[in-house]
Design a protein around this ligand. Structure first.
Ligand code: SIN
Length: 500
């Protein structure tokens, strides 16, 4: 490790920077003393030695969450809502520090990182209100003197397994509805970005959320992480797993959870088609591609992966896009004006390289970018990749079938609506899809035909707390946010009363 970075000096409230886990209201190191180094992907500098917790500590966190459940779930929805509103206010108050922590551990540019904190806070606000409206039902009975009443109750202890690409918002998107519903949680923070999760635990502690209601466990990738997942899935005290991550890990967690038949909600990989019809407004479509493809340096599950452009406008669109992509400044996310940060690690860069090389070997041409940017990190390897546009991309190549998770925009050509919709749907996953057109009939037709959970029409931005976020096919199931998001953390209980 060549250098260390003192993150605390960048913060006005340095207490938000914690390098211990949070279990039962206590800040704790790994019980076996193990640690792992956390590094800044922009510089390779070490940020902290993080606890590398064993499975037994995950079990302790689950015990704490189970013990805290009766009193947390007994609060009124109004009391829990008040906690969420306080968290929302604190997140807004500390947006600079929370954004800085997020930027240095994830690489996302500071302005974008602060935007993620605002997005993360919006889940607190949304669920503070949703928690007040978890209405039950009364259902007329065919039997005389009988009443059917349906009430909503918290499902219990929830295991929240969250990804590094949205170190704050993917936690709040799960934690806020869980807490609002009356559940307690064990958050398995991602190994790449645990500091943002721990900063949220500091805020929970500050507003007096009781010990055990929110727990954060931390460990590096590898055996201990696999053991943590297994504990969350197999421990009978956990009633629900909410996971955002890859489809392959989702399959594994589902298998592991079958032993205790947990309720699951999974937001898994995507391979979004982004279709630009020949009647689209090209400037709007270019803006849409930039917003969707290059957000978080292309490391989002909903970002445009396969960009289909009608052959009549293909060349014009490609050059308009290329001009804009050339303007995207790449660098350390803490530097002024940077719009594209590093990828989270070298493995991410290697995948983008593999996708570019494969497409080029099959006939694609590089219009912009195409290579890694030299910048030494601790291992002498760079996590930066040039924002890239490929044209004449053939139908059969890795980028057509795999999520790139990097700043690579491949442009495929099409001629026919039916054909492009079939190509868009020829994926085993179906999270988001986008298209640009001015034709109202086509808007409705194509939106209904795309096999995805979310569609953007004439926009590349869909994420909001108020929408049902989630996919179909092997992109998972369950919805986060929106009017139904809180239901994922509740059970419906029927009470039938006779003899009335
Ligand atoms: C994701 O990529 O998993 C989440 C993106 C979003 O919330 O917009």
């Amino acid at each position: 490790m060549s250098q260390t970075q003192d993150l605390a000096v960048l913060l006005s409230d340095s207490d938000l920077f914690r390098s211990q886990g949070y279990i039962n209201g206590q800040w704790v190191s790994a019980s076996d003393g193990a640690t792992f180094p956390l590094t800044n992907p922009a510089t390779g500098a070490k940020l902290a030695d993080m606890p590398h917790m064993p499975r037994t500590q995950v079990a302790e966190a689950i015990d704490a969450a189970k013990a805290a459940l009766p009193s947390w779930s007994a609060l009124t929805a109004y009391q829990r809502s008040a906690y969420l509103l306080k968290l929302h206010a604190l997140m807004e108050q500390h947006v600079n520090d929370l954004g800085t922590i997020l930027c240095v551990e994830n690489g996302k540019p500071l302005a974008e990182a602060k935007g993620e904190i605002a997005y993360g806070a919006s889940f607190m606000q949304w669920n503070a209100a949703e928690g007040l409206r978890t209405y039950g039902q009364t259902i007329p009975s065919p039997y005389p003197g009988t009443r059917n009443i349906v009430i909503k109750q918290p499902i219990g202890v929830c295991g929240l397994i969250t990804p590094w690409n949205f170190p704050n918002a993917m936690i709040t998107r799960k934690m806020a509805p869980a807490l609002a519903a009356g559940c307690t949680v064990v958050i398995k923070a991602p190994a790449e970005t645990p500091l943002s999760a721990l900063a949220m635990a500091v805020l929970c502690e500050r507003i007096g959320i009781p010990a055990g209601v929110v727990n954060v466990v931390v460990m590096d990738k590898g055996e201990k992480e696999a053991a943590a997942g297994l504990e969350l899935c197999e421990n009978p005290k956990v009633s629900k797993i909410s996971f955002t991550g890859s489809t392959s890990v989702g399959r594994l967690l589902m298998k592991q959870s079958s032993s205790t038949l947990k309720k699951l909600s999974f937001e898994l990989g995507g391979n979004a088609a982004f279709i630009i019809f020949d009647d689209a407004d090209l400037e709007t479509a270019v803006k849409g591609v930039i917003a969707s493809k290059f957000r978080a340096a292309g490391q989002t599950c909903v970002c445009a992966n396969r960009i289909f452009v009608h052959s009549k406008i293909y060349n014009e669109f490609a050059s308009l896009l290329a001009e804009k992509v050339k303007e995207l400044k790449v660098g350390n996310g803490m530097d002024e004006g940077v719009l594209i940060g590093p990828l989270v690690n070298v493995r991410g860069v290697e995948k983008v390289e593999r996708h570019v090389q494969d497409a080029v070997s099959k006939g694609a041409k590089i219009l912009v970018g195409g290579s890694r940017i030299k910048s030494e990190n601790a291992e002498g390897e760079s996590c930066f990749f040039q924002p890239t546009v490929l044209v004449d991309v053939p139908k059969e190549c890795y980028v057509a079938s795999e999520e790139t998770f990097g700043p690579l925009a491949p442009l495929f050509k099409f001629d026919d609506e039916d054909d492009v919709v079939n190509r868009a749907n020829s994926s085993e996953v179906g999270l988001a899809g986008y298209f640009f057109t001015k034709d109202l009939a086509r808007s409705n037709r194509v939106a209904e035909r795309l096999e995805v959970g979310m569609v953007g029409v004439n926009t590349g931005v869909i994420a909001q707390a108020c929408i049902p976020f989630g996919g179909v096919k092997q992109s998972g199931f369950g919805r986060e946010g929106g009017p139904g998001g809180i239901n994922e953390f509740q059970i419906e209980k029927l009470i039938t009363i006779g003899g009335i």
